[in-house]
Each structure stands twice: as C-alpha cells, then as structure tokens.
Design a protein around this ligand. Structure first.
Ligand SMILES: Cc1cc2nc3c(=O)[nH]c(=O)nc-3n(C[C@H](O)[C@H](O)[C@H](O)COP(=O)(O)OP(=O)(O)OC[C@H]3O[C@@H](n4cnc5c(N)ncnc54)[C@H](O)[C@@H]3O)c2cc1C
Length: 379
C-alpha cells in the first residue's frame, strides 16, 4: 500500500468495512462504473461475515426483508459465477419433529406460491440426513424444503470476493481504521482518504463511530456460540438444516397462525439460550453447528460450555450420530429491537448501513442495491 497515494486518488465512493455489506456495496458500485475505495481495519475480514453459517435464508423472510433477500439472491448467484466462489442453490431443509411443527410448515406452504415450500414426509427428510453410522431421529415426522435459500462458504467467500474486486480495480486499504468523517474525507489511522460519498458498513461496531445514531436505533451486540464438527462419514448434505427453534426466529414462520403454539411446545432449555438449532455442511464436509443468542451492549467474551453442549446434543440427536467438535468460536452481529435495518445519513455525505438482525448474508446485495439507488439515482 502506498500511503502517499491516499490524497491523489479520490474515489467516487469510499466504503468502510470489508465484510459482506461493504463488499456488496463495493461490487455494485463498481458495476455502475463508479470508482471505489474500501477501508478495512484488519488485514482481512474476520467479522460476522466469516463466522456465520453461509446460509442465505431467503424463503423464510417476509415483507421488506423478503424483497431484499430475493434481490440479493440474484446478485449472489451472479457474483459467485463472475468472482468464482462457491454458491449452491441448495434450498433449506426444515426438520419437523412434532405435529405443531408440521402444522406451521403446512401453513407456510399454503401461504406461498406453489413449489416454493415443498412439504416432505418423514422418509424424505431422514433420507437426506443419513450418514454411514447414523440413524436420524425416529421422532422426525416430516419437514419442508424451502426452495429459494442459497448457501455459500462463509470461510472463503468474502476473501474471494475481495480479491476479485481488487482485480476489477476496486482499491483496498487494509489495516487502516476509519476514525472520523467530514464531507468528502475519511480520517483514518493512516491519513485522510478522499472521496465523493462515504458508506460505512462496520456491522456491530457502528456505535464506536456514531454513538448517538446507534443509541437512537438501540443497536446492541448479539453474541452467538458456534462450533464446527468433523464430517460424519457418508453424510452429504446440500441444504441448510433448520429446526423448530429456527421457525421461532424468522418472520415467515412467526407470521403463521400456529406459531404461538409452536413456541409453547419448544423446550425451555433451548428458549433460555435463545437457540436457533441449525447446521450447514461446508464444501470440505465439516459441519457448522449453532447457535445461541445473547444481547448486550458490550459482548461478554466467554463461551458457556453448557450452551455448546445443549446445541450439539440436539444436532447429534437429529443426525443420530455422535459429533466430533474440531473448533468453537463466538460470532457477533448488530441487533436492534427497532428493526432489522439501520441505514442513516449520519453526517453530510456519509451513510451508515448495518443489518441489525441475523440476516446480513441474506439481504446483503439487495440492501446494497437499494442504498446505491438512493445515493446515485439513475439519470
Ligand atoms: C454466528 C453467526 C451466524 C450468522 N448466520 C447468518 C446466516 O446464516 N444468514 C445470514 O443472512 N446472516 C447470518 N448472520 C449475520 C451476518 O453474518 C451479518 O449480518 C453480516 O455478516 C454482517 O456483515 P457486515 O459486513 O455488516 O459486518 P462484518 O462482517 O462484521 O464486517 C464489518 C467490517 O468492518 C470492519 N470495521 C469495523 N470498524 C472499522 C473501522 N473503524 N475502520 C475500518 N474497518 C472497520 C471490521 O473489521 C469488519 O471487517 C450470522 C452472524 C453470526 C455472527
């Protein structure tokens, strides 16, 4: 990086943060012919965008988020092809282990266009979960396939997209922290960076830069416990796998008439840790297992072994096979009781964009498209 080049090359757009939100804005801005500089405090992105399941949970959104998720889906597939990263039109498999879980799935299937939510019988579900030494939970009564969900590999996607954008002429300033903002200039730990518009995509750390705006939107940190398990022999799982607790977290399910009865049926142990028991299989065969949810302004760094145990016992029970955990980590994302999106002009020429719910991968490119349409209207 040539520090002296900072003032010489003002970009049309300066983006702070090289997580998926920052990169989605960078990609779509570059495709509009705008010159783009991305500022990232670390030498590579290690935030929420690499710590998640890689699940673009499109089908289970509703309202505004559903529209953004469908738009994002189109862009995910397009950039996967152009930038050469893995993305699968896998759908998501929702496992139902009780009559009330099946009922919510039936209600969703009848609320959606034909083919978007396909109800499955017990055999159709268990056959997808079978491994060499595993017998899936005999309590599985059926489930549903959510057609429009996608999967990407969270460990590799963001780095691949950044590398490709760099080849397309997007300038990246790594190991550079944005400190403060004036119209047309970002003051960084390495000097000023000049540009036309600034878009700040720093995820849950938006409160460090804009405390008043973050407080007004009641932004806090949601911490999640995650782990990764070795591939159970013979398991090949394309879709993301969701369960009853997942159905408590996404609006398409909670909008259904039987969702209150579903909540009442879920084990208190799982409700206590804010569980969304779900898992995905990475291209290397390992399983990403999660997750729990706890909300605080400042995230406590400690992982509770009991929480990981509760989640992994559930998943092991569904697959009917022991799981060998090879890694654990904490994820953090921005959260707010006031809505899933925080998009605000925080200073003249400076727009902050954070997804304040656990759907940033899902809506990423759709939200970025909307921001750019607003900031750079056609014509
Ligand atoms: C465990 C977990 C599971 C999840 N599962 C899913 C899922 O399955 N599907 C889904 O849609 N979403 C999921 N999410 C949510 C999703 O991952 C996030 O909403 C999304 O990644 C947020 O992207 P981002 O780019 O805003 O933030 P981040 O990925 O956190 O990126 C922000 C970047 O900004 C940089 N930065 C911060 N401050 C500065 C500064 N001052 N100067 C320069 N750089 C700075 C950081 O270093 C970081 O690289 C999950 C999140 C977690 C944690």
């Amino acid at each position: 990086m040539n520090l002296e080049s900072f003032p010489d090359r003002p970009a049309d757009v300066v983006i702070v943060g090289a997580g998926i939100l920052g990169l989605a804005h960078a990609a779509l801005a570059a495709d509009r012919g705008l010159s783009v500089t991305v500022i990232e405090r670390d030498e590579r992105a290690v935030g929420a965008s690499i710590r998640n399941f890689g699940h673009c949970c499109v089908t289970a959104q509703s309202g505004e988020l559903y529209g953004l998720a469908q738009a994002a889906r189109r862009h995910w597939l397009d950039y996967a092809q152009r930038a050469g990263f893995w993305a699968a039109e896998s759908g998501a498999l929702v496992v139902a282990r009780s009559g009330i879980e099946l009922q919510v799935l039936k209600e969703l299937a009848s609320a959606r266009e034909a083919g978007q939510v396909t109800l499955l019988d017990a055999h159709q579900v268990t056959s997808r979960l079978r491994s060499t030494h595993g017998t899936p939970d005999p309590d599985i009564q059926g489930g549903a396939l959510l057609r429009d969900d996608l999967r990407v590999d969270p460990r590799t996607t963001v780095a691949a997209l950044a590398a490709w954008l760099q080849q397309q002429g997007v300038r990246f300033l790594w190991k550079t922290s944005a400190l403060s903002f004036d119209d047309g200039v970002v003051h960084t730990s390495r000097g000023p960076v000049y540009g036309g518009r600034t878009i700040v995509c720093v995820g849950h750390d938006v409160d460090y830069l804009f405390p008043a705006a973050a407080a007004e939107h009641v932004i806090r940190r949601c911490t999640l416990q995650m782990s990764r398990a070795a591939r159970p022999a013979g398991l090949d799982l394309e879709p993301a796998v969701l369960t009853a607790t997942s159905m408590l977290r996404y609006d398409a399910f909670t909008d259904m008439p039987s969702s209150d009865a579903l909540r009442a049926s879920v084990d208190q142990d799982l409700l206590d840790i804010g569980a969304n028991v779900m898992f995905t299989q990475r291209p290397d065969g390992t399983l990403i297992l999660g997750d729990s949810h706890a909300y605080q302004h400042t995230a406590a760094p400690f992982l509770a072994e009991r929480t990981t145990h509760t989640l992994n016992v559930e998943i092991s029970g569904i697959l009917g096979t022991p799981l060998e955990v090879v890694e654990r980590w904490q994820g953090i994302y921005a959260s707010s009781p006031n809505g899933a999106l925080f998009v605000k002009e925080v200073a003249p020429g400076v727009t902050a964009v954070s997804v304040t719910s656990g759907v940033g991968m899902t809506v990423s490119f759709g939200l970025a498209e909307r921001t750019l349409d607003t900031l750079f209207p056609a014509g």
